[in-house]
Design a binder for this molecule. Structure first.
Ligand SMILES: NC(=O)c1ccc[n+]([C@@H]2O[C@H](COP(=O)([O-])OP(=O)(O)OC[C@H]3O[C@@H](n4cnc5c(N)ncnc54)[C@H](O)[C@@H]3O)[C@@H](O)[C@H]2O)c1
Length: 260
């Protein structure tokens, strides 16, 4: 998708990966960029507004655990734009297995509610013009990650939910495509203070391996995420690891056997 003149909504736009993605997006001559996040970073927002006056950049407070917040933000954005939303990036997240419900609420339920609400505005039968929804999963959403079993479960849910949304029948009905993004370890605050975020409190060899895992910079991840939006196709599952994009082919594990 050519991003020039598009209306984009980015959830988690003030986060480590989010800020870098917004920075990349703003170089694409967007028409507008709505940032949904838990807290406003007015300093960064006003810098972006000053540096990119051709793009209408605005913020909506959204606590992704609150469905009413999500619905209000999309409604206000649609009214503000007086037009359609072309691209949504569900890029918020939390990695802390000591908070089980919150981990599921932010990483999985948040993506589901944001996606279904966005479809109300983007889907062609609802008066939208179609577009693209990009859900940020993780390598932990491809491979079980025992150190963070709850986070891994939530992210696996994101991968499967997004792949299901990319069903070709849904795509031809709504005109909205879906891409799953699975970053590898990326240098942001999400990876800080890991010893207090693991599923269990007792020490394992995985605790010692964690700090040794190679990490990419958030700007490399962001550059590849924007490239994925520009070049990706409906149903793609793309791993963004150490500055590379790899298309992941997940095998079909089961087919329904039909009564004759
Ligand atoms: N950093 C990594 O190594 C890594 C690896 C794979 C996937 N990811 C995923 O990438 C995405 C961005 O992560 P990051 O590393 O930039 O983390 P980050 O902690 O820097 O940013 C997280 C963002 O989510 C927002 N957020 C958290 N709780 C929220 C809530 N209740 N409502 C609304 N927004 C909320 C935060 O305000 C922040 O903007 C997440 O989905 C994360 O799971 C990160």
């Amino acid at each position: 998708m050519d991003l020039a003149n598009r209306n984009v909504v980015y959830l988690g736009g003030f986060g480590g990966i989010g800020q870098q993605c917004v920075q990349e997006l703003l170089q694409k001559q967007l028409k507008s960029l709505a940032i949904f996040d838990l807290m406003e970073n007015d300093k960064i927002l006003s810098t972006w507004q000053q540096n990119y006056p051709q793009t209408d950049i605005f913020y909506h407070k959204v606590d992704i655990t609150k469905k009413s917040n999500i619905e209000a933000a999309y409604k206000a954005t649609s009214e503000h734009l007086n037009g359609h939303i072309d691209v949504v990036v569900n890029g918020m997240g939390l990695m802390n297995d000591r908070h089980i419900e919150l981990t599921i609420e932010i990483n999985l339920l948040g993506v589901i509610h944001s996606t279904l609400t966005a479809l109300e505005y983007m889907s062609k039968p609802k008066g939208g013009q179609g577009g693209l929804i990009v859900n940020i999963s993780s390598v932990a959403g491809l491979q079980p990650t025992p150190l963070m079993a709850i986070y891994s479960a939530a992210k696996t849910g994101v991968t499967t939910f997004t792949r299901a949304m990319a069903n070709p029948f849904y795509f031809s009905h709504s005109g909205v495509g879906f891409i799953t993004i699975c970053p590898g370890f990326t240098n942001t605050a999400l990876l800080d203070d890991i010893d207090n975020k693991t599923t269990f409190t007792y020490r394992t060899p995985m605790h010692d391996i964690f700090p040794m895992v190679k990490r990419q910079n958030a700007n490399d991840c962001a550059r590849n995420l924007i490239k994925s939006i520009e070049e990706g196709h409906n149903g793609d599952v793309l791993m963004l690891e150490l500055g590379e994009i790899t298309k992941v082919d997940i095998p079909e594990m089961w087919k329904p056997q039909l009564e004759q």
